[in-house]
Design a protein around this ligand. Structure first.
Ligand SMILES: Nc1ncnc2c1ncn2[C@@H]1O[C@H](COP(=O)(O)OP(=O)(O)OP(=O)(O)O)[C@@H](O)[C@H]1O
Ligand SMILES: [Mg+2]
Length: 312
């Protein structure tokens, strides 16, 4: 299958400093491919190089090495640009325009006629839940409202591929959920979505495949299942009414045991350990209060092994 996004050994060095004599390496030999209909998660801590990669794909900055193609076309291809949408990390819109006017402006840029624009703008405002504020100037919008209008702008012209740089930033829990639903809706309509984030739960909820960047290098690449293979979630068991013997027995199975006012908290590494810990409670006394996952398998990977080298 022909990839929708092809990135091949992309490297980027920014030239900085007053005398333009310093170089900051922000990407090193990054390669990846995204296929039609995928929701691809581009993960990395602050400063990992996510925005830089997206800016290169959008032709906002030029790479110092490597190449990339979108929809089989060169990044300079203007016709290809009509088929893609982009939400920048910190959208800077003309803030004297209203939300409606901004979308109308972008609709014109994309070549939509007046009837198409009216229809699409209405649909997009409804999709991102912004009908109520459509006629307010953007300078009166909150961060979350701007983010929603930014997303509407990115998908206004019904693009085949959508690039979103941290789309959930600035949104409250309900807003995050809605953006997740929008992304899932795009996938259901056969679109390809490439989004950057440092929030693992968003990736786990949405993505087919991911790449993890660390200090400009790709440290992991593959399906979520591949990345999580051999790693399990960390679970926390809480018990009360424990005896000193119970705690001693629990310590055999737990990575960590600590006491709080709520009870004894045990950090357990697998479902088997949970079974053993519950058996110890029965044997030595104690009441089980809860068992909850505290870190997912992907988080385990991201936190501990994210720098352990290429896994795919
Ligand atoms: N215009 C620039 N000039 C100099 N260095 C830059 C510039 N833009 C980015 N960098 C550097 O490149 C590296 C990668 O930055 P980038 O913004 O791509 O990271 P990111 O993964 O998007 O991070 P975040 O999660 O904070 O948005 C950082 O070390 C950053 O300081
Ligand atoms: Mg960024």
């Amino acid at each position: 299958m022909q990839p929708v996004i092809e990135i091949e050994r992309l490297s980027m060095e920014y030239v900085t400093g007053f005398w333009r004599n310093k170089r900051v390496r922000s990407l090193e030999d990054v390669s990846l491919e995204v296929y039609p209909g995928e929701v691809f998660g581009f993960l990395g801590h602050n400063g990992a190089g996510k925005t830089t990669t997206l800016k290169i794909l959008m032709r906002i900055v030029y790479p110092t090495g490597g190449r990339a193609r979108i929809l089989g076309c060169s990044l300079d291809d203007i016709a290809m640009r009509r088929r893609i949408g982009y939400l920048p990390e910190t959208p800077y819109f003309y803030d004297y325009l209203t939300g409606y006017e901004l979308l109308d402006y972008f609709g014109r840029l994309c070549g939509l006629d007046a009837t198409q624009r009216a229809q699409r703008i209405r649909d997009m405002l409804a999709l991102v839940g912004m009908q109520h504020a459509a006629h307010r100037p953007l300078r009166k919008y909150s961060k979350g409202m701007l983010q929603r209008i930014g997303i509407a702008q990115a998908i206004l012209h019904d693009p085949e591929v959508v690039f979103l740089d941290e789309p959930m930033t600035g949104l409250d829990p309900i807003g995050r959920r809605e953006v997740r639903d929008i992304i899932a809706g795009l996938r259901d309509r056969g679109k390809t979505v490439f989004f950057s984030t440092h929030i693992l739960s968003d990736v786990e909820a949405l993505c087919d495949r991911v790449a993890i960047l660390k200090q400009g290098r790709r440290v992991a690449y593959g399906t979520l299942a591949e990345l999580q293979a051999g790693r399990s979630a960390t679970l926390e068991l809480v018990a009360t009414e424990t005896t000193p013997e119970t705690i001693q027995a629990l310590e055999k199975h737990a990575a960590r045991v600590r006491k709080t006012a709520a009870g004894v908290h045990c950090e357990l590494k697998s479902a088997e350990d949970v079974g053993e810990a519950i058996a110890e409670l029965r044997r030595h006394g104690g009441r089980l209060v809860s068992v909850t996952p505290v870190r997912s398998a992907l988080e385990e990977f991201f936190v501990r092994d994210g720098s352990a080298g290429e896994i795919a």
